[in-house]
Ligand binder design. Structure first.
Ligand SMILES: Nc1ncnc2c1ncn2[C@@H]1O[C@H](COP(=O)(O)OP(=O)(O)OP(=O)(O)O)[C@@H](O)[C@H]1O
Length: 856
């Protein structure tokens, strides 16, 4: 059908998607009403537009005009002008005033507004000030629309274009012409690839310094997404070259994976050295320490994100790693090209450093490149931890007495290390308590609480996720909150506007702060926490360093332990004995690289051999629906299937769809909503997938009376869809403790079906029974760390279903992606500085230093 041009004013906007800009509107053109559809920037009713496109007949909606090209016109006749001014687009002008303005100036109205705005004051009811405001608004609207239209030509969505316009205003034309990469470097939501596409359309050279510089910064951001806080220069330049599709200089190579130094081996070291009662310096996990670098498993979280970014299911290890290595030996031309390229990269890196966009540090035999925020956050975190880590001198004997009294009061038989931990929590500013499942961490925390309470101290308990906080509350009998809630978070983390009410100016008032599940705390949350903890507070950090690391950047728990600067007690005795819990014993075996016996003679650890994905899923459904609830005396909703991946034959996407059909099939009386092919049905199990601090919840009594209200639904919170109300257009989800939350359709992106969840998402939660499909997946993901984390989520029963060889391979696979972090090094630097300072102040102090105080 041939293109036509129509011009008219927007009489009514029937529908508009803010996300895509898709708009359905009624256009009044030559006295005729036309339904027009197309992707348009933000326009208002009353505006005059000119559109190019064609008339088509839609099967349901009939004849409509499909807009291909679009431009805004200044209203030309008096009626359009009046309509525009009174449409509400210009604040402060209503119908009557618009009428008076147009009556006064006629068809020259817009000329007057733009060129002689002062004359608006001639109209009754318009002061000079108001005239100026009208002028500014009209100009601003016009400029904004022109800007958005200009950006849309580069394929930028309207919503994003509007944000770009708000950030740069009319400077955007120059930015696009000179350096579109600024958008990627400075604005959330604009990635390097988008800026690169804009630059390509704007005709920018591929070896432009702006492009290379932006590529380097983007490479650092990607590394942060995988958990790293810096990259060694060689690694950075190689990854950046790959991103920029430029030759990879053969002078630089990267080792992407390396064996994990497991918690077990760290503990082994500790066992050998032991924690000698009376050791002068704080006992630390060591042994493997010298060899142990800040290595953590970032692979999983990163892999999950990459899956979301569209990596095909079928990607094999070979495919994945193929991209990581140079393919062939270069010839002389290629070598020259590589050299030039290396020079360009180095030069751009120097410029970034001069502009303070990166920090380059030479340490430990290499050059390291940090984003300034990452560098200073680690540095400040180390400094704050170091400052907090005071030893209350001369109190050791008192601390021991208090710890023993608390143990007596709670009728707890503490072993040597547990007692050591309680004493150090009292005598030190910072204590790290670490150990695997069943090693008595909770018991130790409870004794600490009793001790601090007896001293009349105020205690705060917190954990990184809602579920972990709930578990902490149950285990201690004391209220625990999320760390975010403790710090009185406000704002929206998705938009990067998080603020904490508790900080260095308004610190926490409690005398003792105990944080559980520390393995999930990333460096930024840690820094925010420490800011709010004043020196003199007792900070107790509890966690299992063998669990998956935090989703966010950093390797906080492991680095703190590895630094050997902070008092650390590692619990290694497993108190839950084999006859009582094979889950715990097997988890410890797996952590040490041993293979559990899978003869199904256990009461809580089972392996069901199945080869085909269909059989695995069928078996999982049978267990969830029929056998496990009775076996562990729990609700069907408490039996959790957890799997390594989102995609694939037994990934969460597929499992959720199949399990939904089996456990909560469609029925005429069950209402449902659909979002991106996923059906959300009344009765479905769902999980909140991001923190929403503002989301309000209500608890109602039997007859609907409100019993309690509050705000905050967190990433990982699980619930059931209770109702979908067609009248209010709201979906009500009931979370733990009967907290009911209403969701609008547009908020469905905050929820996912949760019949099956990824192991990463289940981190920090516990369930009565856990089912884990064992089917082959990417080796990078399927490692010991992951299976250890999955198994330790179960309280009463674990059922693995699939191929036993997969379990064996996971246990043997200790390869994981390296997280580049330096909190340990910074802590050591703080300590060195302290010694140096002491030495400078009194260079002969060592001469009259007493013999090492045994501390206890
Ligand atoms: N010193 C001890 N002597 C005997 N039993 C103990 C001792 N300490 C803890 N226990 C028992 O061992 C079991 C596990 O202890 P606890 O729950 O404190 O460990 P945990 O490390 O917190 O475990 P998880 O990480 O699995 O929650 C509990 O039944 C507890 O009563």
């Amino acid at each position: 059908m041939s293109d036509t041009t129509i011009k008219g004013f927007v009489e009514h906007i029937t529908y508009r998607s803010e996300e895509t800009g898709y708009t359905v509107l009624t256009l009044c053109a030559d006295g005729e009403e036309v339904t027009a559809v197309g992707v348009l920037p933000e326009i208002g009713e009353g505006e005059t537009i000119q559109c190019e496109g064609s008339f088509q007949v839609h099967a349901t909606y009939g004849r409509q005009f499909r807009i291909r090209e679009f431009s805004l016109s200044v209203p030309e006749d008096e009626a359009s002008m009046e309509r525009y001014l009174s449409s509400g687009l210009i604040k402060g002008i209503g119908k009557a005033l618009a009428h008076r303005i147009v009556k006064r100036f006629g068809t020259e109205t817009f000329d007057i507004i733009e060129k002689e705005p002062d004359r608006l004051a001639e109209v009754n009811g318009i002061s000079e000030k108001k005239a100026r405001e009208i002028y500014l608004q009209v100009c601003e609207k016009k400029d904004q629309r022109d800007g958005v239209l200009f950006l849309s030509r580069y394929g930028i969505s309207n919503t994003l274009a509007l944000r770009i316009w708000k950030a740069y205003g009319s400077e955007v034309y120059r930015i696009i012409r000179e350096n579109p990469y600024r958008l990627a470097d400075e604005l959330r939501g604009v990635g390097f690839h988008m800026a690169d596409e804009i630059a390509r359309k704007a005709g920018m050279a591929v070896d432009s310094r702006f492009r290379v510089g932006s590529g380097i910064l983007y490479t650092l951001q990607l590394a942060a997404g995988e958990g790293s806080l810096y990259l060694p220069k060689a690694v950075l330049l190689q990854r950046a070259s790959r991103l920029l599709s430029m030759p990879i200089p053969s002078q630089i190579t990267e080792t992407p994976l390396q064996p994990e130094i497991s918690q077990a081996s760290m503990q082994q070291g500790c066992l050998e050295e032991g924690i000698q009662p009376g050791a002068a310096c704080p006992p630390v996990t060591s042994g493997a320490g010298a060899a142990c670098q800040a290595v953590t498993n970032g692979a999983g979280a990163a892999w999950e994100r990459e899956q979301d970014a569209g990596i095909p299911d079928s990607l094999s290890d070979e495919d994945f790693f193929a991209g990581l290595y140079p393919e062939s030996v270069p010839g002389s031309d290629e070598i020259r090209e590589e050299e030039e390229h290396l020079e360009l990269l180095e030069d751009c890196l120097r410029n970034l450093s001069a502009d303070r966009k990166v920090i380059i540090k030479k340490e430990e035999g290499e050059e390291r490149i940090f984003e300034p925020r990452a560098y200073y956050t680690e540095l400040r975190t180390a400094k704050m931890l170091h400052d907090l880590n005071i030893t209350y001198k001369g109190t050791e004997a008192d601390s021991r007495r208090r710890a023993l009294a608390a143990a007596r009061k709670t009728k707890t038989e503490l072993d040597e290390r547990q007692l050591e931990a309680v004493i150090r929590a009292d005598s030190c500013g910072v204590l790290i308590l670490t150990g695997g499942p069943g090693t008595g961490k909770t018991t130790t925390i409870n004794t600490m609480i009793a001790m601090f309470e007896a001293e009349g101290l105020k205690i705060a308990l917190a954990a990184p996720t809602g579920r972990a906080a709930k578990r902490m509350t149950e285990a201690t009998g004391h209220d625990a909150s999320t760390v975010h809630r403790l710090l009185e978070v406000s704002g929206d983390p998705e938009k990067g506007t998080v603020a904490f009410g508790k900080n260095d100016e308004e610190p926490l008032e409690q005398d003792v702060v105990i944080i559980d599940e520390m393995s999930m705390v990333d460096i930024y949350l840690m820094a925010s926490l420490l800011k709010a903890v004043p020196v003199g507070t007792h900070l107790v950090l509890v966690g299992d360093a063998s669990q998956l690391p935090s989703v966010g950047p950093g390797s906080v728990l492991r680095d703190m332990i590895h630094s050997k600067i902070l008092p650390t007690v590692t619990l290694t005795t497993v108190f839950r004995q084999a006859q009582e819990s094979d889950i715990v014993m097997n988890a410890h075996r797996i952590n040490k690289g041993e293979h559990p016996v899978i003869d199904n003679k256990s009461r809580d650890f089972f392996f069901l051999r199945r080869q085909r994905a269909e059989d695995i899923i069928g078996q999982a459904i049978h267990l969830v629906r029929d056998s496990l609830p009775k076996y562990v005396q729990a609700d069907t909703a408490d039996i959790q299937v957890m799997t390594p991946m989102k995609k694939g034959l037994v990934g969460t996407i597929r499992l959720n769809s199949v399990m939904q059909q089996a456990l909560n099939p469609a029925m005429p009386r069950k209402r449902e909503w659909t979002r991106s092919d996923v059906v959300f049905r009344e009765g479905d199990r769902v999980m909140q997938v991001r923190n929403n601090y503002q989301k309000e919840w209500t608890i109602r009594g039997r007859y609907g009376a409100v019993i309690d209200t509050g705000a905050g639904i967190y990433n990982g919170d699980m619930g059931v869809i209770r109702s979908i109300d067609p009248l209010t257009d709201l979906m009500t989800v009931e979370f733990d403790e009967h907290r009911c939350v209403d969701y609008e359709k547009s908020e469905l992106d905050q929820l996912e079906l949760s019949y099956a969840v990824t192991i990463h998402k289940a981190q920090g939660s516990e369930y009565p029974a856990v089912i884990i499909p064992m089917l082959r997946g990417p080796r990078m993901l399927m490692n010991r760390n992951l299976i250890y984390t999955a198994i330790t989520r179960a309280r009463k029963c674990v059922v693995l279903i699939g191929d036993p060889a997969v379990l064996d391979d996971m246990i043997d696979n200790t390869m994981q992606e390296k997280r580049y972090t330096t909190l340990d090094l910074r802590l050591q630097e703080c300590e060195e500085q302290k010694h140096q300072q002491e030495e400078d102040e009194n260079p002969f102090a060592w001469m009259d230093e007493p013999e090492a105080d045994d501390g206890l």
